[in-house]
Design a protein around this ligand. Structure first.
Ligand SMILES: [Zn+2]
Length: 252
């Protein structure tokens, strides 16, 4: 037999046994430890997932790995069980341009990124209604001292306890349109926000009542969570609390 033919046969033999070894080692490892399906090339091969399914899983992975616990994270989850640290004050709050505040006050503040994204959103809002409607801020960042004063005169399901308010985190805003609170689910202004606010990273925190969100419904209260998370919540029709307790800290 020709020498070159032997080399080719040996090469093919090694190659094939390599593939078989790779295949079985993955199946073996998969039986021993519980590898997430999305990491296992063998299961991908078997299941023939569609591009959308794979994309959806990767997107979920990104969202799951966000930081829901650090005070300064844009995704810091806040409720009675997940307060801010007692000495935390956001250190990057900036004043909102008075064109975007309900009484032309220049005392409203938000964390810098949230303020910037709000101004973009407010411009888009006015534009969508031919500059006949103005989206303004009626409450934004609150100091811990101020939230303590507020909470002292108000029930817990209406006003957040000190250290648990999204306003103290410098990420929440209460919105007015043309000088009045956004009161209802219905109505074109609220609908515009539902359809568009996520593109700017904002989410309407309290939509599904006490048992889901721990608060009454507040159509005016929007909170900056970053575009990726806001989009995810929008696409899955979930509130932040609903998502958090289903995926990050399941209650069971
Ligand atoms: Zn609010």
């Amino acid at each position: 037999m020709k020498k070159s033919l032997v080399i080719v046969r040996v090469f093919i033999g090694v190659f094939l046994s390599g593939i078989v070894f790779w295949w079985y080692s993955f199946r073996f490892i998969n039986n021993q430890v519980n590898i997430p399906r999305s990491y296992n090339p063998v299961s991908w091969f078997y299941e023939q997932k569609s591009e959308e399914e794979i994309e959806e899983e990767m997107e979920k992975e990104v969202i799951m790995n966000m930081d829901y616990y650090s005070d300064e994270s844009f995704q810091k989850f806040l409720d009675d069980y997940h307060p801010l640290s007692q000495n935390y004050e956001a250190n990057d709050v900036v004043k909102i341009n008075s064109d975007f505040t309900s009484n032309k006050s220049s005392n409203f503040k938000l964390r810098e990124k949230a303020a910037e994204m709000f101004e973009w959103m407010a411009w888009a809002f006015s534009n969508a209604f031919d500059f006949k409607a103005r989206l303004t801020i009626n409450s934004a960042w609150r100091s811990q001292k101020y939230q303590r004063q507020l909470a002292a005169n108000c029930s817990a399901w209406r006003c957040a306890k000190p250290w648990t308010s999204e306003h103290e985190a410098g990420l929440a805003l209460d919105l007015w349109v043309n000088g009045g609170n956004i009161k209802a689910w219905s109505g074109k202004y609220y609908q515009w926000l539902v359809d568009n606010a996520y593109k700017y990273g904002f989410h309407n925190s309290y939509q599904k009542w006490l048992e889901v969100d721990g608060k009454i419904v507040e159509p005016w209260h929007w909170r900056y969570v970053w575009v990726d998370l806001a989009t995810y919540l929008y696409e899955h029709n979930q509130t932040f609390a609903e998502y958090f307790y289903e995926n990050i800290e399941p209650k069971n």
